[in-house]
Design a protein around this ligand. Structure first.
Ligand SMILES: NC(=O)c1ccc[n+]([C@@H]2O[C@H](COP(=O)([O-])OP(=O)(O)OC[C@H]3O[C@@H](n4cnc5c(N)ncnc54)[C@H](OP(=O)(O)O)[C@@H]3O)[C@@H](O)[C@H]2O)c1
Length: 357
């Protein structure tokens, strides 16, 4: 039997960091083919001039496209995969128009949103948290938001990847609640690298401010708290647990290191707790569980999440490390797209870590 033709991919937010990471992953994907990289700011410019580290793996002639050119890349009756890597608040309307164009062209479109726009099933909740009306409320119900590890099977429509902090926290806390091993709230202290803030420099992300420095921001007031509560609820009998979240800016470029404290229902040794969490993730290709605290450099550049479990009496501490740009954004997005298209979950994502950088 001949191999099916690769599915064409459209990327929105083409010049951003997450788009660059999508391009790196898709360049080696066996079943997806980069068809159009949409840019609102650089239509017509060379993609590899924007991402010189990708010259050699991307075609030299690849150029950014305007959003209205997308319809010409969506085959009638065929599949098209769309990734939105645009800022929250702008994504919903843009993605809605691209989906509408693909649907009008007769394509079967599957989208993965990497922004916050489709993370809440209730568009009113998005509006309250982000202080602006949702750009496409009628589409909100068509997006499933979760990490793929916490959803069985192939969702019918589109997926929304949780935020990068949320991904690290969900992977650590969800199994303890779902297995009935922990109850009550969770305290989270997490440190992110500077690439989490995207390409545009800001006062808190400028290199001299960040290098050699470490500081908390938005303690107990970060927008991702609501996402964490919503996405932990299915593991807690549908009730949103209390989440106390203190994010920090770290002096490195890539990665998230999160430390969670939870209350166990009964005292449990760390080895037994780690074994239970490892069993929960049996068959999940990207999650590994140990009793030794994992280090960022074990996962940077990969789609892996490593969890380190410690316990004393009824206190459990789980450390969780991911690469914010990969498992927390582009890699998690490709993993979702693989699922939406019925491909192997780890296609294009069998990445060796770089170890040190
Ligand atoms: N960085 C991370 O670690 C991370 C992790 C998880 C989720 N995310 C989310 O992923 C999305 C992209 O993040 P990023 O870090 O790649 O951000 P980024 O580096 O700032 O890139 C976003 C891109 O979106 C486009 N854009 C900017 N303003 C726009 C507007 N008003 N309308 C339409 N497009 C606009 C721009 O590309 P063009 O000018 O080429 O269109 C820009 O380069 C965001 O929603 C972010 O919250 C990021």
């Amino acid at each position: 039997m001949p191999e099916p033709a690769p599915v064409p991919v459209v990327i929105l937010g083409g010049t951003g960091y997450v788009a660059g990471e999508l391009l790196r992953l898709l360049a080696g994907h066996p079943h997806l083919r980069i068809a159009a990289v949409v840019s609102t700011s650089q239509a017509g410019a060379s993609v590899t001039a924007c991402f010189p580290h990708l010259a050699g793996v991307l075609p030299a002639e690849l150029r950014f496209e305007a959003a209205d050119a997308v319809a010409s890349y969506t085959p009638r009756g065929g599949l098209v995969a769309i990734f939105a890597a645009t800022p929250h608040g702008t994504t919903a309307a843009l993605l809605d128009s691209v989906l509408a164009a693909a649907e009008a062209a007769g394509a079967e479109a599957h989208a993965v949103d990497l922004s916050a726009d489709f993370r809440f099933a209730d568009p009113e909740r998005f509006a309250r948290i982000y202080g602006q009306a949702h750009g496409a409320p009628e589409r909100a119900g068509a997006f499933l938001c979760a990490v793929p590890e916490h959803h069985q099977g192939r969702p019918p429509g589109h997926a929304a990847q949780p935020g990068c902090f949320t991904t690290a926290v969900l992977l650590a806390a969800y199994p303890l609640y779902a297995l009935g091993l922990a109850s009550g709230g969770v305290f989270v202290s997490a440190v992110t690298g500077s690439s989490g803030s995207g390409r545009t420099p800001g006062a808190g992300t400028h290199h001299p401010e960040r290098s050699g420095n470490l500081y908390a921001y938005s303690p107990l007031a970060h927008r991702h708290e609501a996402e964490m509560r919503q996405l932990l609820a299915p593991a807690c009998g549908g009730v949103e647990p209390e989440v106390e979240f203190v994010p920090h800016s770290g002096p490195f470029v890539r990665g998230i290191h999160a430390t969670l404290r939870l209350q166990l229902v009964e005292p449990m040794p760390a080895a037994a707790l780690a074994a239970a969490v490892a069993e929960f993730y049996r068959g999940a290709p990207f999650v590994r569980v140990t009793t030794a605290p994992p280090r960022l450099n074990e996962v940077v550049g990969t789609n892996a999440c490593r969890l380190g479990v410690a316990a004393r009496s009824r206190t459990a501490v789980v450390t969780s490390v991911i690469d914010n740009l990969v498992k927390g954004a582009a890699g998690g997005g490709v993993q979702w797209m693989n699922r939406l298209l019925g491909l192997e979950e780890d296609a294009g994502l069998r990445l060796a870590g770089i170890g040190w950088h």
